[in-house]
Design a protein around this ligand. Structure first.
Ligand code: FES
Length: 111
């Protein structure tokens, strides 16, 4: 088994254009599934005031924070538009729908 990847379940555990929150020792990770069945993971902590991004609305490759509507890119973790801030992105591997996240990018997220 490749120890550098942590299994986080199946793509079908995540609703289309939805997300789930995965708890790790390094904090909560929001794992998103776009309408194109792409999967992204970022810290579940809005760069504005820490809103739970996994409860936001997914559109294209971005999520709108449920608290004050900042829009965060799922690809870069950066706030879009006029807002300034970013969250860490976490590498996700999708093998025939089985998802895992890279341990090393989790460690970076915790720094
Ligand atoms: S906490 Fe996310 S927009 Fe304010």
């Amino acid at each position: 088994m490749d120890m550098n990847w942590i299994a986080i379940g199946d793509i079908n555990d995540i609703p289309l254009r939805g997300a789930r929150c995965v708890k790790t020792p390094q904090g909560k990770i929001a794992v998103f599934r776009t309408s194109d069945n792409e999967v992204f993971a970022i810290e579940d902590h809005c760069p504005h005031k820490g809103g739970p991004l996994s409860q936001g609305i997914v559109h294209a490759k971005a999520v709108t924070c449920p608290l004050h509507n900042w829009v965060i890119s799922l690809e870069t973790g950066k706030a879009l538009g006029a807002d300034q801030g970013e969250v860490r992105t976490i590498r996700v591997r999708n093998e025939d729908g089985t998802l895992s996240i890279a341990r090393e990018s989790l460690m970076m997220a915790a720094e």
